[in-house]
Design a protein around this ligand. Sequence first.
Ligand code: NAP
Length: 259
Amino acid sequence: MAQEIEIPERFPTAGDVTGKRVVITGASRGLGRVLAHAFSQAGARVVLMARDEAQLKEVAGELPGPALVCSGDVADEGFNESVADSTVAEWGGVDVWICNAGISPVVASPLKVDPGVWREVLEVNLTGAFLGARAAARVMSEGGRLIFTGSVLGDRPSQGLSAYCASKAGLVGLAKALALDLARSGITVNVVAPGWFDSPLAEGWKSNPKLADRILDHTAQRRWGSAGDLAGAYLFLASDAAAFVTGTVLTLDGGYLLV
Ligand SMILES: NC(=O)c1ccc[n+]([C@@H]2O[C@H](COP(=O)([O-])OP(=O)(O)OC[C@H]3O[C@@H](n4cnc5c(N)ncnc54)[C@H](OP(=O)(O)O)[C@@H]3O)[C@@H](O)[C@H]2O)c1
């Protein structure tokens, strides 16, 4: 008879991040601010990263638990390394690093996009995630979690967004490659790919009735994502229950990719 699987005394609870030290980039507004609230409410200690220090301090002031504010550019290697060092100095280590900062400054055909804009989008959305992951992996001596905010547009592109779509598709490749490279260090690397969420970034689409209709026509649930729709995936991936989940994409899109 085949041997039975050993049953643990206690299964890890999905989404339990109590006491974890969690770095969140792009935490000054939008989805990153939502994640800051979700992790703080769940008992994590959070490090808030973005460029606008005043805005970060405001978010820190809203949270129920401890928060560090680190203002700077995610595309700056030295800044990422200094955030890792400051978190270690303050709390003794880093458990989770969420590379969420992202930009989408223009909608235009590739012939009209200034190559400088292409470079900027790739620098922030893709290189920023690589630099964050690199800084995090250096200090995650007991394993950890890297989570990238991708997008459904990395899977199915939208017109006029070549740089953004390429950066988000690139994040999936990066996550898989890093998942392989870091597997033996106990570090998991995954992507959360949101569909359309109501945030400052999406304002240009939401406030344009034609574009907003097109998005809802394409979303099986016919609604925009909300704060409550977002956090569970990140909390799960950050928790001990997700120790065997690596190199995957978890899509949160109300069925956008189905339609
Ligand atoms: N909203 C959606 O529907 C949606 C859907 C799919 C994916 N996403 C992705 O979700 C992430 C967050 O988007 P969002 O909707 O929350 O956008 P958002 O409201 O515009 O917020 C973007 C955040 O990134 C920060 N940021 C931008 N450039 C930065 C840089 N160079 N260095 C450090 N921080 C930087 C911004 O803060 P500062 O300006 O202060 O630096 C801000 O906190 C992005 O990666 C986006 O691509 C969003």
